[in-house]
Design a protein around this ligand. Structure first.
Ligand code: FES
Length: 518
């Protein structure tokens, strides 16, 4: 294995092994029954379930569909979301734990049904899923999880071995779970709904939602989409006027390396119970078996050396396999809620025709399908049997209020620290490095590319004013508050920000900087 492989440009296998999409940009005003903002797995699944009911539906995406979290996931179709069932049962009671279990088990079977019905070729394979521990103190939690999941109707068992050289103490095993290729699945589903008259628009960023007798979505290009009902399935809702989502969703990044190993992967999907997180699955490719090694989570914008997360995963892989190559590496961003349960349902308790699905943490596959089923039921019947546990306006979030307060304190600290922190006097920037400096009272982020060219941006986040931090592994400016990310040129990679950073490659400014300070 060459050292260069560790420094590969981030590259998702799911993206490189599928074709690009080419849906049009919205260039005229539009009137629909339902507008879905966000064309990832959740948005396309909502459109799929609702198009059967003869609604006029439009899906709009700020970039290309299925290029965000769905294109960077581990793609496990599982109701095993870490050690969640005993936790929900303890904190929220049997009934809400039962709802969560039932919804996710149903989501697994719904994927199978859709894949079979439409003969979707998406590398779908049944697998068992395991949560294991290497620490004795977690054994009791594993036992409790087996008991809770079994009593909630999930086929769960306690095991003491997994087929790897990992010295485990115990594991919980769920059978009849699955894995797939998420983009093969979503792109096929998008084609099916598009053929069935669902409108799909790409490069159509929603920047505002107004209300009169209907909702009016305003796009970056100034076009209007009038809709009876709006569903927000962007990872983080950009709409800030209601709901206070910015105070109750926390962005986390995690990393994936795709390795080729001498040994054959023994099957199954694995994650550990403790920190740092480590997760494994495999994927058959044209070039042989790829093993996905996942983990090293941290809050967005709060890791000083992002490269080290990839290296940690390679080291972990080398303890288990004879690693021959690392052809892929990529990272992803997920949003967490204070109690670890997504927000799915009405955007707020008084927005009866606006719906949201967000906060899936690392478990976006089944939770996206759950979102589509809940929102379909709310639109068609005005109720869902799983709404109580997922309700975005739930009041029983209090058991985790401590996390909520801590995370919001961190946001406040980040805003203040960003404004007060001292900035380097010396602005020398080496090729392939970045630095934040103050020029005429303004904080400027400077990235110098491999060819020596400078790229300057204003590093104050256009969402709510936090100061951005440099992410060396992804060459991006990341916001520690709510997870907006921008390229080194200032373009938005992911929201909630809806405006790019002000960018300058103004030759005079750069020449002045160099003359004054170098
Ligand atoms: Fe909210 Fe940056 S994403 S302040």
């Amino acid at each position: 294995m060459s050292d260069n492989n560790l420094k590969n440009k981030p590259l998702s296998y799911w993206l490189t092994s599928t074709h690009d999409t080419n849906y049009p940009t919205l260039n005229e005003d539009l009137d629909v029954d339902i507008a879905i903002i966000g064309g990832g797995l959740a948005g396309i699944s909502c459109a799929y379930l609702l198009q059967k009911e003869d609604f006029k539906i439009a899906v709009i995406d700020a970039g290309r569909i299925c290029q965000g979290a769905t294109a960077h996931t581990t793609a496990k179709i599982t109701s095993q979301h870490g050690l969640i069932y005993n936790k929900i049962r303890r904190q929220l009671g049997d009934e809400l734990a039962r709802q969560y279990a039932e919804a996710n088990e149903k989501a697994i079977s719904e994927f199978k049904k859709i894949i079979d019905e439409h003969h979707i070729e998406c590398d779908y394979i049944l697998q068992s899923a395991f949560v294991y521990t290497e620490q004795e103190k977690y054994i009791k939690q594993i036992e409790d999880e087996v008991k809770a999941a079994s009593e909630l109707g999930i086929k769960a068992s306690y095991v003491e071995e997994i087929p790897f050289a990992i010295p485990i103490h115990a594991a919980v095993r769920f059978d009849n779970q699955a894995q797939f290729h998420p983009r093969k699945y979503v792109l096929s589903l998008a084609k099916i709904i598009h053929d069935n008259k669902v409108l799909i628009f790409e490069n159509t960023r929603a920047i505002n939602i107004e209300e009169d007798d209907k909702y009016i979505i305003i796009t970056e290009q100034g076009k209007k989409v009038r809709a009876e009902k709006v569903i927000l399935t962007t990872q983080y809702p950009f709409y800030n006027k209601k709901g206070l989502y910015f105070s109750r969703l926390y962005p986390k990044r995690s990393y994936i390396v795709g390795i080729q190993a001498k040994e054959k992967y023994p099957g199954g999907m694995y994650i550990n119970a403790e920190d740092p997180a480590r997760s494994l699955r495999s994927q058959n490719t044209d070039k042989g078996e790829l093993i996905l090694v996942v983990g090293s989570n941290h809050t967005t914008g709060q890791s000083e050396d992002t490269e080290k997360h990839y290296e940690e995963l390679i080291n972990f892989a080398q303890d288990i396999f004879t690693v021959e190559d690392v052809p892929y590496r990529w990272s992803t961003q997920d949003y967490t809620t204070p109690d670890g349960i997504p927000y799915i349902g009405h955007f707020t308790s008084d927005t009866t025709n606006m719906y949201v699905a967000t906060g899936f943490q690392k478990w976006g596959m089944t939770n996206s399908m759950v979102a589509a089923m809940i929102i379909r039921d709310l639109i068609l019947e005005g109720k869902s049997k799983w709404l109580d546990v997922y309700n975005p306006s739930r009041k029983n979030i209090i058991p985790s209020a401590k996390n909520f307060i801590l995370e919001n304190l961190k946001v406040a600290e980040n805003i203040l620290e960003g404004k007060l922190s001292s900035l380097p006097d010396n602005i020398e920037v080496k090729p392939n490095e970045a630095k934040v400096v103050k020029i005429e009272g303004e904080r400027i982020g400077i990235y110098r590319d491999q060819e020596g060219q400078y790229h300057l941006v204003n590093t104050t986040c256009p969402h709510m004013g936090c100061e951005l931090n440099w992410n060396q592994a992804e060459k991006s400016w990341d916001c520690p508050c709510h997870g907006s990310r921008f390229t080194y040129k200032g373009d938005i990679i992911e929201g909630p920000a809806i405006k790019s950073l002000r960018f300058s490659n103004d030759v005079n400014t750069i020449e002045k900087l160099i003359k004054d300070d170098f």
